[in-house]
Design a binder for this molecule. Structure first.
Ligand code: SF4
Ligand code: SF4
Length: 182
């Protein structure tokens, strides 16, 4: 039935910047968890969380990798924290062509936080001894059709990614969205 509701689990990562001491344990464990094979190596450049650090001012800001962006955005923002102005895009979560952050160093493929799929609690949260990172889990009601469509879409994408590779899929989507917007 169209209006039937289904429960969906929503995880929110909460960041308390005041508690972060810049230790980068979150970057280490995230990159180790996503190494192939798992835990075989660690390299913060592969991490889905990066900590913007300014030890002289005692400013540490963890930033999670978000969505892939096929093109640079036209709007930029600049943050000033404790009198220091940060470069444009410093706190952006997107993996985009304008910079190297949140890209797999060898392949250049975009990185996105997957909430440590399969783990009860995200590993960056478990390894953050200052509790700067916490995870909140809640259930939300969504229309049944919405979850089914989403599941079908994800299965379809997985099949395409296995067949052609994620890079080709992302290129194709970027071309399609460019031609739709022109
Ligand atoms: S593990 Fe926690 S305290 Fe250490 S850098 Fe990451 S968020 Fe900050
Ligand atoms: S939740 Fe998992 S995938 Fe996301 S940044 Fe933390 S360790 Fe990495």
């Amino acid at each position: 039935m169209a209006d039937e509701k289904k429960k969906k689990t929503i995880k929110t990562l909460k960041i308390d910047v005041d508690k972060c001491n810049g230790c980068r344990a979150c970057e280490v464990i995230c990159s180790a968890f996503h190494a192939e094979p798992k835990y075989s190596s660690n390299n913060p450049a592969r991490s889905r969380i990066r900590v913007v650090r300014d030890p002289l001012r005692d400013v540490y800001v963890p930033v999670y990798a978000g969505e892939y962006a096929a093109a640079e955005c036209a709007g930029r923002d600049k943050y000033t924290i404790d009198g220091k102005e940060y470069d444009e895009c410093t706190f952006c979560r997107a993996s985009c062509p304008s910079r190297d952050e949140f890209k797999e160093p060898d392949s250049g493929l975009p990185l996105k936080c997957d909430m440590c799929e399969g783990e009860d609690e995200p590993l960056c949260v478990q390894w953050c001894i200052t509790d700067a990172l916490t995870c909140e889990v809640r259930e939300e009601e969504v229309a049944e059709d919405e979850t089914e469509e989403q599941e079908e879409l994800e299965i379809g994408l997985e099949v395409l990614a296995d067949k052609y590779g994620m890079e080709k899929i992302l290129d194709a989507v970027a071309r399609m969205s460019n031609s739709n917007s022109s």
